[in-house]
Write a protein that binds this ligand. Structure first.
Ligand code: AMP
Ligand code: ZN
Length: 466
């Protein structure tokens, strides 16, 4: 069966292939860099990491763009409170974002672009919209006139009957003709950062940012646009309106939205005291790959309920897989190849791939791997797993880890030096001499976790880095 994803635009699971040959042109709404990344944000970004890894697994190349929202109301307020420019203020959170996302092993998108570097591209799109008669000016700000885009609502599947143009139903500070109209360009306000442009002095609205950067790097029609479900309305609906009203073309073929992360069944919020950044969890001693595993374990279209118990189970699950891999690498199997095990390995791989092809069903993919581990552990206990079965089993684990990426432990600090490795080997020799074989095994395992493989020979212990 083909690779398929749920498309918010059509509300159907649809077969996916990119418009152009082998290249997937994908856009992700990136972070607003006014704070450290929290586990809710990371849920969305991790699911997009799985998506891009799976597309690559299936032979596609990625052109993935992620924006950095480095100007918005909160940033302006916080930077002012800290007595810093918006550039200095956001630079440290942008750097922290990439440090944190690297820790949970997110592949960096091919293109990362900052809103503040693309003001002229935003002005260009707004000017096109002006030329198409889709805008109006009010108190120095430029607005998008929804009445000019009859398809408004098609992404979020919202029907707007009953809301008449001209009716004021909110208390927005700016004057709009229709409650749904949204700002493209905000007139300068005292004390706020602004840019002098042909549209007047001011700053861009949030939505125009993404339309302008997505189209600059990916062309007028993207293959995939991603984000959390909270962005469907109004952000993505407005992106569709602006982009399509300026080009007359479909803006994105697929819209893939990640469901929310909840904490102990509640919305995560600072006021409830259940708000966690990645840094909070690492400070409590959890490994980044444990957080990654937990975020991956629930398919992206289901709500994920974060609990500390869940985090502990994630650590146990990773441990089980690592022990299994260690058993494969360190056991001596009898010669030969057991065709039944060989078939079982091929079936597990097929199940794993089918699950991810099916709208990235990560839970089912994990289920296929764990069932395989359970059965082949039993086969090993019974002597039915033979030396000839080893490569395929290790190959399956490698494929699994090319997507889930949890098997290699995060090494605190730098890798071990040669001297440290030799010292550990010396300690192991001593442990063996005093017949403390448990300790000797532990040292072998510790070194393996740090990427060092030991081989005992007549001449003594040899070692190499994996
Ligand atoms: P922001 O930094 O607020 O612009 O958000 C970055 C991304 O995180 C967006 O795609 C949001 O939809 C997503 N996001 C924010 N909160 C959550 C949450 N609790 N669960 C899942 N995704 C979230
Ligand atoms: Zn966006």
């Amino acid at each position: 069966m083909a690779l398929r994803f749920y498309n918010t635009l059509t509300q159907k699971v649809e077969d996916f292939s990119p418009l152009e040959d082998n290249l997937v042109r994908m856009y992700t709404c990136g972070p607003t860099t006014w704070n450290y990344v929290h586990i809710g944000n990371l849920r969305s970004f991790t699911s997009q990491d799985i998506l891009r890894r799976w597309l690559q697994y299936r032979g596609y190349r990625m052109k993935h763009v992620m924006n950095i929202t480095d100007v918005d109301d909160r940033i302006i307020q916080q930077a002012a409170a800290a007595g810093e420019s918006i550039y200095d203020y956001t630079a440290k959170y942008t750097a922290a974002f990439f440090e944190d996302t690297a820790k949970v092993r997110l592949q960096k998108p091919e293109i990362v672009c900052k809103a503040t570097d693309h003001i002229s591209e935003m002005v260009d799109v707004i000017e096109k919209l002006e030329a198409n008669g889709c805008t109006y000016l009010s108190e120095g700000s430029v607005y998008f006139r929804i009445a000019k885009f009859p398809d408004y609502g098609k992404l979020s599947h919202t029907h707007f009957e009953g809301q008449k143009a001209g009716a004021r139903v909110d208390t927005d500070k700016y004057d709009k003709d229709d409650a749904r109209d949204f700002v493209l360009w905000k007139a300068r306000k005292d004390g706020e950062h602004f840019w002098d442009t042909p549209l007047g002095a001011g700053r861009p609205g949030w939505h125009i940012e993404c339309s302008a950067m997505a189209m600059k790097y990916l062309g007028e029609t993207l293959d995939i646009h991603c984000g959390g479900v909270d962005l469907i309305f109004p952000h993505h609906e407005n992106e569709v309106a602006q982009s399509e009203a300026s080009t007359g073309k479909l803006f994105s073929r697929f819209w893939i939205h990640t469901e929310h992360l909840m904490v102990e069944g509640q919305t995560m919020s600072k006021s409830l005291g259940n708000f966690y950044t990645l840094r909070d969890l690492l400070d409590r001693g959890y490994a980044p790959e444990t957080v990654r595993y937990l975020l991956e374990s629930v398919p992206y279209r289901k709500q994920l309920n974060f609990t500390f118990e869940g985090l502990r189970s994630a650590a146990t699950a990773i441990e089980r897989l690592r022990n299994y891999r260690l058993r494969l690498k360190t056991s001596r199997f009898s010669e030969g190849l057991n065709p039944a095990v060989e078939q079982r390995t091929a079936a597990a791989l097929a199940q794993f791939e089918a699950a991810l092809d099916d709208d990235l069903n990560t839970a089912e993919a994990l289920g296929a791997i764990f069932e395989y581990v359970r059965e082949t552990n039993t086969a090993m206990d019974g002597g039915d797993f033979l030396a000839g079965n080893l490569d395929a089993a290790l190959g399956l684990l490698a494929r699994f880890d090319s997507i889930f990426d949890v098997l290699e432990p995060t090494v605190a600090g730098a890798a071990l030096t040669d001297e440290e490795i030799k010292a550990k080997i010396g300690e192991r020799v001593q442990a063996k001499k005093s017949r403390n074989f448990n300790r000797a095994d532990e040292i072998r395992k510790e070194l393996l976790e740090q990427g060092v493989v030991l081989e005992d020979t007549k001449e003594g212990t040899r070692w190499k880095r994996k």
